[in-house]
Design a protein around this ligand. Structure first.
Ligand SMILES: [Zn+2]
Length: 195
């Protein structure tokens, strides 16, 4: 087999979380012994470990593993990066798109590393505002570019499915460092991502 993808879960954590999910499901008035729910606590325990794997990953290492000396000093934009995260207030998903730009200062970074940095911070319990800052600061402190910009547009299930039940509202956050604090540079970036 030329390529094989496999998932590995910590057995002790899976067992512990599984038992707690059983209690939660029972607490909600369901019968955990019925056919469809029999393996649900274990599946949920594994899913949550996957969705919070970012706690055990180092975004700085990811960026440093693919930094290259390069004299290119125009704006680099990666837009429409898919985002899936969990709001820390309700543990419900929020999802949308991340747009990142930076202006190199002697170093560029492998483009696929920017979406990976997004994933590392997104696969934790989050609020959109902090997620935005963490991605911004990580790129700024590691790559030390002339400037960096991060915009996140996301829909929050905790707003859509419960509470105010606003189906179509999108929350936008943004952060700018260095050159992007200048209005012309910022506007050029916003125009290029269609804002
Ligand atoms: Zn929420």
């Amino acid at each position: 087999m030329p390529y094989k993808k496999f998932e590995e879960y910590n057995i002790r954590i899976t067992d512990e979380v599984k038992e707690r999910y059983k209690n939660i499901i029972e607490g909600l008035g369901e019968d955990v012994t019925r056919d469809g729910l029999l393996k649900t606590p274990e599946r949920a325990a594994k899913a949550m470990q996957f969705l919070t794997q970012g706690y055990h990953q180092d975004p700085v290492e990811i960026l440093k593993s693919a930094m290259f000396k390069e004299s290119y000093d125009e704006m680099v934009i990666v837009k429409d990066i898919e985002l899936y995260s969990l709001c820390e207030h309700h543990m419900l998903p929020f999802f949308g798109k991340v747009h990142i730009a930076y202006i190199p200062n002697g170093n560029i970074v492998g483009l696929s590393k920017l979406p990976r940095v997004v994933d590392v911070f997104a696969r934790r319990l989050q609020v959109q505002e902090r997620l935005n800052e963490q991605i911004l600061d990580c790129i700024n402190n590691t790559l030390k570019p002339q400037g960096v910009a991060v915009v996140i547009e996301a829909s929050h299930m905790c707003m859509m499915m419960r509470g105010v039940q606003k189906q179509n509202s999108i929350t936008t956050t943004s952060g700018f460092r260095g050159q992007f604090e200048k209005i012309e540079t910022r506007n050029e970036f916003l125009k290029l991502i269609g804002k």
